[in-house]
Design a protein around this ligand. Structure first.
Ligand SMILES: C[S@@+](CC[C@H](N)C(=O)[O-])C[C@H]1O[C@@H](n2cnc3c(N)ncnc32)[C@H](O)[C@@H]1O
Length: 264
């Protein structure tokens, strides 16, 4: 904004001091008005932000309370995948960008997500899925890229089995590995898994901790602590990962602070 000089001597000479004062007074008044309204706007903006967050949280809570209609009723190629579709799209973008050779998933459940990952890998002509569940792997979708392991995701036996499967894959030794943790959601279990699988993820790839929204973030406030608290605990002692909040761009995610990128 261009403000002319007051030119007081010229105003005295031309007898326009009062008009000048009126003019500059008006400008000063407008500047003050704008400043006040800007600060009001910015305080409105911060209200907007918290309004937006509460809108997102309310939608998340609604999504959760209608789980029979939402995530219990989400299918990939006819097989149930207990994910938010917005997160599945993020998975697709991560897979395309990072092109992992091996994806390890803890918590197979019905296998819809395993099949989804395998189908994305089909499109890229690269990638194998190792999926682990404590319950029986019977009646799961068959796909040449999907390898089922039956066992507790944190047991030594299971980790040995994972390496046996990888050995048989005849994959290059510098294989890129990504991990998705989606089995038991207690803080201690997820923390233990992060300690085990965080070492297996290769730099540049992701460790995705599912369901960090539990424990009141905003769903499942009944849970004292869960995956979010495990992430917070892990991040305090581990500096090889950073939280990639860009992956929360669709606003609703089951995994706030749960997309961890290995940086070294
Ligand atoms: C939330 S479901 C997994 C959903 C699945 N990832 C999907 O996207 O559709 C959790 C699964 O973890 C399995 N599970 C629970 N505790 C486990 C453990 N300690 N080790 C391996 N699997 C476990 C359960 O049997 C169940 O199938």
């Amino acid at each position: 904004m261009h403000v002319p000089n007051l030119l007081i001597i010229d105003r005295i000479k031309t007898g326009t001091v009062i008009a000048g004062l009126k003019y500059y007074g008006q400008i000063l008044f407008n500047i003050l008005k704008m400043k006040i309204s800007n600060s009001k706007n910015s305080s409105n903006k911060s209200n907007d932000k918290s309004d937006s967050q509460s809108t997102i949280d309310n939608f998340h809570l609604l999504y959760e309370s209608n789980h029979k209609q939402t995530y219990d009723n989400t299918y990939w190629m006819g097989i149930r995948s207990m994910k938010c579709p917005l997160d599945l799209w993020i998975y697709q973008e991560i897979l395309f960008k990072t092109r992992p050779d091996i994806i390890i998933e803890t918590g197979t459940n019905e296998g819809g997500t395993s099949l989804y990952l395998a189908n994305i890998c089909d499109l890229m002509n690269n990638g194998e899925i190792i999926t682990i569940d404590i319950s029986s792997p019977k009646d799961k979708p068959e796909h040449e890229r999907v390898h089922y392991i039956h066992g507790d995701a944190t047991s030594v036996k299971t980790i040995e089995k994972i390496y046996q499967v990888i050995d048989k894959m005849n994959i290059k030794t510098d294989a890129k590995i990504m991990v998705i943790l989606d089995d038991e959601h207690s803080e201690d279990h997820v923390f233990q898994e992060m300690e085990i699988y965080g070492k297996i993820v290769t730099p540049g790839n992701y460790l995705i901790v599912e369901d960090t929204s539990m424990g009141g973030h905003p769903v499942w406030p009944e849970l004292d602590s869960g995956p979010m608290e495990a992430v917070e605990r892990y991040m305090k002692i581990n500096h090889n990962f950073e939280i990639d909040s860009n992956q929360e761009k669709f606003l609703l995610t089951f995994n706030p602070k749960g997309y961890l990128k290995k940086i070294k």
